[in-house]
Write a protein that binds this ligand. Structure first.
Ligand code: NAG
Ligand code: NAG
Ligand code: NAG
Ligand code: NAG
Ligand code: NAG
Ligand code: NAG
Length: 399
């Protein structure tokens, strides 16, 4: 908090918008610090591990042939309106892996009615193969950005473990449904928090050091793919104002977390704020680089609940289904129309996050954790034919 406030003061003259940016960054930083601490505690706990991998999704999606996942019955409330959606399968956290094919098939059946693109964060608990197998069995039109979530402090163990899982998934399933491999999630943000002495400048000396560390893993992933004889994009994901230029200059794509909630932005202006932030912080940065990395919003959304009273409001707005609806109504189809690439955060509520972090962390889903759609109406627009949809709308409005 102290570091954040100092930084905020130092930058105050640049006005209101950058104050929002700073606030968002500070909030994100606090969350990540919590994540690191909890991660360490959890990994120290020597657990009895590999708990039950029982399906929790039985009966959620009907199939006309119970043995053929491609015969699922569509839900008319779901519309394929999202550019992409952020997804973590249930039971994909070490050491308590419980992810299983039946649940992931159900999730893919639901997700495919909302989008043609998903992104994963990591590869542990066999999630890469489970998702690719589910796409195969459901026969849906779906591309997945696989993920490798490395740690900067484990000598490369998490990176290498996940690289090997990714390698075997690519070998088993080929690349038809893989859009890319994302190496690193908020790596520079974490690196600066751990080593930066309060700096939040991703292009500082410490930021460059972090970028070089991650680049070793990016290069290793590229080599792994070359050895397999396949061509796939390799990118990375970070908080929206934490892209290091040298790193972004060497990857194929960058995914940026942009969260109006954590920036204490009112829901009424959240969609516009998100777009402005992304354009100014991320798209502009990429345009200045000669490799022209493809930029997308890695996460944006709105929480519907908080587990404690203190986090029910971000100041101007509360966590609620009504406010998620407002954000959906003002962001999704508009962003499609103007070609903004984003992954809506997120598929369903995640009880493991609520348990570990509390507050709003576990409550960002379009669905509850039991895979029932929340009390929301999914916007009806098509991300793939947005320009013709826009023409139709204009014509209709002018007659
Ligand atoms: C991972 O999932 C795939 C697809 O369901 C399965 O074929 C494979 O056996 C699983 N691997 C492990 C180690 O569980
Ligand atoms: C991955 O990066 C870590 C540092 O973050 C490094 O210790 C490790 O050697 C790297 N491993 C590979 C295979 O690139
Ligand atoms: C693009 O979409 C966003 C998100 O809804 C919106 O806020 C922004 O104003 C749009 N930009 C343009 C140029 O239409
Ligand atoms: C808000 O939630 C965070 C976790 O996201 C928690 O650490 C914090 O104590 C909560 N704050 C209040 C005021 O309840
Ligand atoms: C955002 O608003 C919450 C709730 O009012 C407050 O506790 C928090 O300090 C604010 N965060 C920042 C960075 O101003
Ligand atoms: C799913 O969870 C929601 C929220 O807790 C609850 O209202 C709903 O009744 C549950 N649905 C089923 C089918 O269990």
């Amino acid at each position: 908090m102290t570091d954040g406030e100092a930084w905020l003061e130092k930058n105050d003259r640049s006005g209101k918008r950058s104050r929002w940016i700073v606030i968002g960054v500070v909030a994100a930083a606090i969350i990540i610090v919590i994540a690191i601490v909890v991660g360490v505690v959890v990994s120290k706990k020597n657990s009895s591990s590999s708990s039950s991998s029982k399906s929790t999704s039985a009966g959620v999606v009907k199939q006309t042939d119970p043995n053929d996942p491609s015969t699922f019955v569509k839900d008319s409330r779901l519309k394929q309106s999202f550019y992409g959606i952020a997804y973590t399968p249930e039971g994909a956290q070490l050491p308590d892996c419980g992810a299983n094919l039946e649940d992931v098939i159900t999730d893919i059946q639901l997700l495919s009615q909302l989008t043609t693109r998903i992104r994963l964060y990591g590869a542990d608990c066999n999630q890469s193969a489970l998702v690719l197998e589910a796409i195969k069995q459901t026969k849906v039109n779906m591309q997945v950005f696989l993920g490798n979530y490395p740690s900067a402090t484990d000598g490369g163990a998490a990176y290498e473990r996940q690289r090997d899982i990714l390698k075997s998934a690519v070998q088993s399933y080929g690349t038809d449904h893989i859009a890319g491999i994302t190496v690193g999630n908020e790596f520079i943000l974490n690196y600066l928090n751990a080593n930066g002495g309060g700096s939040s400048d991703p292009d500082s000396a410490v930021g460059n050091q972090g970028a070089e560390a991650l680049m070793v893993n990016v290069t290793d992933t590229r080599n792994m793919l070359t050895d397999l004889g396949v061509s796939l994009k390799v990118g990375n994901a970070d908080a929206g104002s934490y892209f290091n230029k040298e790193l972004l200059g060497q990857v194929d794509y960058g995914m940026a977390n942009v969260h109006p909630w954590f920036a204490n932005v009112s829901v009424d202006v959240a969609a516009g704020w998100t777009w402005d932030f992304f354009e100014e912080q991320d798209v502009a940065l990429a345009q200045g680089l000669s490799n022209n990395p493809q930029m997308s919003i890695a996460e944006t959304g709105w929480p519907t609940a908080s587990s404690d009273a203190g986090n029910e409001s971000n100041g101007p707005s509360i966590a609620s289904e009504a406010n998620l609806q407002t954000f959906l109504n003002t962001f999704v189809c508009q962003a499609n129309t103007n070609g903004t690439e984003y992954f809506f955060f997120e598929f369903f509520d995640e009880p493991w996050k609520d348990k570990q972090f509390g507050g709003v962390e576990g409550w960002w889903g379009l669905f509850y954790s039991n895979r029932t759609l929340k009390n929301i109406e999914i916007p009806d627009c098509s991300s793939s034919s947005s320009s013709s949809a826009a023409v139709v709308t204009t014509t209709a409005a002018s007659t």
